[in-house]
Design a protein around this ligand. Structure first.
Ligand code: HEC
Length: 445
């Protein structure tokens, strides 16, 4: 039985009689203040980006910094737009690595603070300031090698630019990548890079025709991207003697800017061959070219078949300004009429945030050979979408930021049929243990 509202209230009333309880009062019972309640949350969950010199447009360090933004903070936090992690919480898997989200209690505290008029509180309650390293530091840890691409001037005013830059990879024998991250070396550079795809290519290929597929794909970067985490014991091969290639797309913003892209890599030790190769590919383009009429919300669907059993590690939607939602569904291979489907996740998409959602180990979707991945996505070309530049125009596929795209990046490792069956059995056993525990708890209540 659930604890009823009435018995809950009696319990609180009882506690109030205990002397000294006032000191441990929850924020609910007294006024929520910036210094006591809100500043610790901002330190932990916002200031990585919201502090002088970091990526966000304003600082949330002092009360004076934060106060003017109170209304906007309430909206962004209550809608779970900030901190950026835009997974739909009503459906699918909810356990991720590196999930920066606020807890329901933290959101409640911030909302109460704003509703109370955003009071400062006692300055003596302010926690000691957090210490920060370099705002541009690597999130993968200290890389073993850093590939620096040549600087490139993006003019103050220009159409979107595309091209390739090349650099040496400082290794003398084949190595496997354990973790990789693209970054813009400076805050200015950060503003102009729309995306940057990195490859390793044979030096001969550099003179030839570089189609988008040239070379071995290494890592994707787009504005707002976080780092990708490979599962322990899996990696991506980096061949000695190859060159790094970055295929870039820039977007001018009114000032001449030096674009500087760097690729940091953590490598496995020399001679180490990981058990699994970690694949990352853009998949499930819509079956017909995007067709987004003026003033309408358009849905489109794409499919891709997994030919071998797999463990899915990461999911990252890629759409542009009109993209508002994308879902990943599994259509399992089943005999007869009873097709089984399952929604893995939906993401509320925002083009400023190309986030990779890395599943926690225990919940990484495992799929049998023949599973169809189904991409379901929506582009909103109405005035209701603040990112729609001109909803009177038809929009279709294209490379520019104002054109559209719609696919997802999938990270996965192949597994054998035996590994698939073993993991499936282990998960079923865990599931039935949890169910039994829940039933026992319910009986006891
Ligand atoms: C990963 C970096 C990052 C984190 C963490 C983060 N923000 Fe942001 N925030 C940004 C960036 C970049 C923008 C501007 C682009 C945008 O709005 O998406 C922004 C925009 C905002 C805005 C909108 C400002 C406006 O123009 O109205 C608010 C409010 C905000 N953040 C509050 C917060 C709060 C509160 C937290 C913590 C609970 C937080 N953010 C955590 C990077 C971040």
């Amino acid at each position: 039985m659930r604890v009823g509202l009435k018995s809950g209230l009696t319990a609180v009333a009882g506690l109030l009689l205990i002397p000294g309880f006032a000191a441990a009062q929850t924020p609910a019972a007294r006024q929520v203040t910036f210094t006591k309640d809100v500043a610790p949350i901002f330190q932990q969950k916002c200031q990585d980006c919201h502090r002088p010199g970091a990526m966000a447009p304003m600082s949330l360090v002092s009360y004076q910094d934060a106060r003017p933004w109170a209304r906007s903070i309430k909206t962004k936090v209550a809608n779970r737009e900030m901190p950026p992690f835009h997974i739909d919480r009503t459906v699918g898997i909810q356990e991720f690595k590196n999930n920066p989200s606020l807890s329901a209690g933290e959101i409640d505290t911030i909302v109460k603070w704003v509703d109370a008029g955003a009071p400062q509180g006692n300055p003596a309650d302010m926690p000691p300031a957090r210490k920060f390293g370099d705002p541009n530091s690597w999130t993968i840890g200290e890389p073993d090698i850093v590939v620096k691409f040549p600087k490139y001037l993006v003019p103050a005013e220009s159409p979107d630019l595309y091209g390739d830059l090349f650099a040496d990879i400082p290794i003398d024998s084949d190595r496997y990548i354990k973790a990789i991250q693209t970054r813009s070396a400076t805050a200015e550079s950060h503003k102009v890079v729309h995306h940057a795809l990195s490859y390793s290519v044979s030096p001969d290929a550099i003179q030839g025709d570089m189609s988008n597929e040239g070379g071995q794909f290494l890592v994707e970067y787009a504005s707002g991207k976080n780092a990708e985490v490979y599962p322990e014991g899996s990696g991506v091969l980096l061949k000695a003697g190859e060159k790094a290639r970055v295929s870039y797309h820039t977007h001018s913003y009114g000032e001449d800017t030096q674009m500087e892209i760097e690729l940091g890599m953590v490598l496995y030790p020399k001679g180490y061959v990981p058990k699994k190769i970690r694949w990352s590919k853009q998949l499930a383009q819509p079956t017909t070219p995007l067709d987004i009429p003026p003033g309408q919300v358009a849905r489109s669907d794409g499919y891709v078949m997994m030919h071998k059993p797999a463990r899915i590690i990461a999911f990252q939607p890629h759409l542009h300004l009109l993209g508002t939602k994308q879902c990943l569904e599994l259509i399992y291979p089943t005999e007869g009429a009873s097709a089984k489907t399952e929604v893995v996740n939906c993401v509320n998409f925002n083009n400023s945030w190309h986030l990779s959602y890395n599943y926690a180990d225990d919940v990484q979707p495992i799929v049998p050979a023949g599973t169809m991945l189904h991409n379901i996505q929506w582009h909103d070309n109405t005035a209701a979408n603040p990112r729609a530049s001109d909803p009177r125009n038809w929009v279709g596929n294209g490379n520019r930021t104002v054109d559209e795209m719609g696919f997802f990046w999938l990270g996965w490792v192949e597994i054998t049929e035996e590994e698939y069956q073993a993991e499936l059995a282990a998960r079923k056993a865990r599931q039935s243990r949890t169910t039994t525990q829940q039933q026992q708890q319910q009986q006891q209540q």
